[in-house]
Design a protein around this ligand. Structure first.
Ligand code: PRT
Length: 285
């Protein structure tokens, strides 16, 4: 039987949320501790647990058909993997940071400087695009200490909360790229695997759409229905159900998480009452 092989980080920041996404897609994985390969009992899927930085090469070589990696890793590794979907977790950015007391005058400040990084390819692309000649020092970990030990004038590193930079007396001065977890695939999947991938994409999209939307129920005066429906048009159109009380209806719809607070204010102003907001488990458009 044809199976898809998906590579997931063995341990680290991406591991837990990658597995939890598969679980939310209804895929059970026999997850024996310290296993390098695990099987799904209810979907033709094999999980390969690998180091994050090795994953793009395995996908490029076809050892794995798919993978979940940070988009920064895809950018850093010079491989030809195909991005399938943004997954919306493990958000971070690759940034330039300099000692706090530095008077940063813009990218040109980097001219002739020493920059420490674990991401030399991404840094090289950035420097080239901006016509900067600088000396790159490749360090595999704790890049943030490089300026304080006199190894570099600046660092190019991943930042999420920014607290590591602050603790090390650095300030973030320029974002080179933004990153989040993505699903990638080998560029030449055979037809049967492509069909399995389509099934997986369908499930992931349903999970992501549910996370990004809320089910909303409210009571509205009958004469304000059009105004309120225009605020929460939903997937096709809202459901309108008459209430026992004359002149009122109950209105059900779906609202995007990003617009939620803005819309609630507008709904109240339009006369909506008794607003209930409920999470959605899966959403298929
Ligand atoms: O060993 P292996 O190759 O498997 O792992 P790795 O060292 O590449 O991975 P890991 O687990 O550190 O990171 C995996 C992925 O998580 C990265 O490729 C990013 O896509 C994503 N990610 C998200 C991050 C961060 N946020 C992050 N903050 N990766 C690293 N960091 C580090 C950063 O390097 C710095 O040391 O966290 C520190 C900064 O964090 P803040 O919160 O203090 O700003």
């Amino acid at each position: 039987m044809t199976k898809l092989k998906i590579a997931i980080q063995k341990s680290g920041r991406l591991n837990e949320q990658s597995l939890s996404l598969l679980r939310e897609c209804g895929i059970s994985i026999d997850n024996g501790k310290d296993q390098l390969v695990a099987q799904s009992s209810n979907f033709p899927l094999e999980v390969l647990y690998l180091r994050n930085s090795d994953i793009p090469q395995y996908v490029d070589d076809g050892v794995a058909d798919l993978a979940i990696i940070g988009s920064n890793t895809a950018h850093e590794c010079r491989t030809e993997v195909v991005k399938i979907l943004d997954l919306g977790f493990s958000r971070c950015r690759l940034s330039m940071a300099v000692p706090r007391e530095t008077i940063w005058t813009g990218i040109a400040w980097l001219q002739g400087k020493r920059i420490a990084t674990s991401y030399p390819n991404s840094l090289e692309i950035f420097l080239k695009e901006n016509g900067i000649q600088a000396e790159t020092h490749v360090i595999s970990g704790s890049v943030e200490i490089a300026p304080s030990i006199g190894l570099a004038d600046a660092v190019c590193d991943l930042v999420s909360s920014g607290s590591t930079l602050i603790k090390n007396g650095l300030k973030e001065v320029y974002t080179i790229l933004k990153s989040e977890a993505i699903l990638v695939a080998n560029k030449a999947l055979e037809t049967e695997k492509r069909a399995l991938l389509d099934q997986l994409i369908f499930r992931i999209e349903a999970v992501l759409a549910a996370k990004n939307n809320k089910y909303i129920l409210l009571n509205a005066p009958k004469d304000r229905i059009d105004e309120i429906c225009a605020l929460i048009p939903g997937v096709k159109s809202p459901t309108v159900i008459p209430l026992g009380q004359e002149g009122w209806v109950s209105l059900h719809s779906v609202v995007n998480e990003n617009r939620f607070w803005e819309v609630i204010g507008q709904l109240k102003a339009a006369g909506a009452e008794g607003i209930l907001v409920v999470p959605i488990e899966k959403m298929i458009r």
